[in-house]
Design a binder for this molecule. Structure first.
Ligand code: FMN
Length: 434
């Protein structure tokens, strides 16, 4: 059934402690007591059993929505030890890190996991992070992206400072590495001065996969120049298609192969045995949204604005262009509110689950139909699946939708390789012996 030549979906599982719905923690089935690592371990093993490409962890270096979150690299390193195939993607901000640290930590995860690491490169969008790093506010949007671009150059420069075949391990002649195979970087830029070399060698996939999230004009430029995978948010097919076309054209315009960049929008799906059961499951979560929580979520997602002084049953006020948040999401949410004439309450209810990402509520066939349409009509190369509530929402997807996609020949039934690049169909970067 799985003709190997047929183009297939790439699917990641974007995991959050209780699930993606903002009220998931209040759901009767959500385990608030269990050991957090054991909870994630069970989910990642389930995702690996379903042959997913990767698990994905977002991050903020501040307490967000009141929910504690483990540091992704630490968590992924532990998960690497209990898995064999699945890719391990974590977020590290370019705004509050140093590139040497990021290069080294992800190269270490790549070594520990034998080529399954991915770095989600972001510019911080959560305003309260600044105050954990000696600042009152983030630096501005353009400045964050300029730093991100140089950050990427340093990180990949450090990774590429090692040849794939550097090790000779010649005890007799007293030589660990072939001369010239490990090079200094000597980067001197506007934001960073980094000598190198990195103190971690290359991995089975060369170096970690680079994922990029951020879809404003500056975000798209960065994605086209740097990303292996783009994670993006689109509520409906037309905007996803326009984004897909735009990114693939930008990639081609700078001489990169458009097939070597995978576009994976988020997908928030509630799966039921019937359409009515799926709607009921969603309604249970929607009823648990507290107004102050919904308002805070909306305020943050729409660019870090405090909406508490506005009539919750009135229209969304006009807001200035965000400088410390996500411009693409601000646009998306503003379009949504204007397009459907939503009040503030209706808008936060609308995004309480998927935060503006593509949302499907229905049977496994309905969800698979939508995924197939986005895939075949050039809106997506794959999806980052966002379970409404854990573990039930993930199990529904892995045990219902994934087999349905496999039956249609749209998704693998076994891993063909062992690296994340292999799963994604991406070439190995860098160079062997120069
Ligand atoms: C789908 C998606 C996921 C994102 N995940 C994170 C994240 O986990 N942590 C973070 O700090 N920023 C995250 N961001 C925001 C990025 O940091 C982005 O670089 C920044 O907010 C600017 O977004 P913009 O290009 O749309 O203005 C995400 C953005 C998108 C679109």
């Amino acid at each position: 059934m799985n003709a190997p030549s047929k183009r297939q979906l790439n699917i990641g599982a974007f995991l959050m402690r209780h699930g993606h719905h903002v009220a998931a923690w209040r759901h009767p089935d959500t385990d608030l007591e269990g050991n957090v690592f054991q909870v994630f371990k069970r989910q990642v093993l389930a995702a690996e059993k379903a042959c997913l490409d990767a698990v994905f962890f977002a991050d903020s270096v501040a307490l967000t929505n009141g929910v504690p979150a483990l540091e992704p690299l630490t968590l992924l390193s532990a998960l690497a030890a209990v898995t064999e195939h699945i890719g391990l993607i974590g977020t590290a901000t370019t705004t509050y890190n140093e590139p040497y640290h990021v290069a080294r930590k992800f190269a270490s995860l790549d070594a520990i996991s034998q080529g399954r690491a991915g770095w989600n490169l972001v510019t911080s969008d959560n305003a309260i992070e600044a105050q954990n790093f000696g600042r009152e506010q983030h630096v501005g949007h353009a400045e964050r992206y300029a730093r991100a671009r140089e950050f990427y150059d340093v990180v990949t420069g450090l990774w590429n400072g090692w040849d794939d075949d550097a090790a000779v391990n010649d005890k007799a002649h007293g030589q660990l590495y072939r001369p010239g195979s490990v090079r200094r970087l000597d980067h001197h830029g506007e934001h960073f001065s980094v000598a190198g070399p990195l103190n971690v060698a290359r991995s089975a996939q060369g170096h970690p996969v680079v994922v990029q999230a951020g879809s404003s004009e500056a975000g798209r430029t960065l994605a086209a120049a740097t990303a292996d995978v783009v994670f993006t948010a689109h509520p409906a097919l037309p905007s996803a298609q326009a984004f897909y076309r735009d990114i693939k054209q930008r990639v081609a315009a700078i001489g990169r192969d458009p097939d070597a960049l995978k576009i994976m929008p988020g997908l928030f799906a509630v799966v039921g045995q019937s359409e009515a059961e799926a709607q009921d499951k969603f309604a249970v979560l929607q009823e648990l949204v507290q107004p102050e929580v919904g308002l805070a979520l909306l305020g943050r997602m729409i660019g870090n604005f405090d909406l508490s002084g506005h009539d919750i049953d009135g229209p969304l006020p006009e807001l200035p262009l965000t400088n410390d948040g996500q411009r693409s999401r601000q646009q998306l949410l503003t379009n949504l509110a204007q397009g459907e004439n939503l009040t503030i309450r209706q808008l936060y209810q609308r995004i309480a689950g998927g935060r503006g990402h593509f949302t499907v509520i229905g049977t496994k066939q309905t969800v698979a139909d939508q995924m197939q349409q986005w895939f075949e009509e050039e809106a997506a190369d794959g999806f980052n699946f966002m379970a409404p509530q854990l573990p039930g929402g993930l199990d529904d997807f892995l045990q219902g939708v994934v087999p349905e996609l496999q039956r249609r020949g749209l998704f693998r039934t076994a891993y063909a390789g062992s690296t994340l690049r292999g799963h994604l169909g991406l070439p190995k970067p860098g160079r062997a012996h120069a």
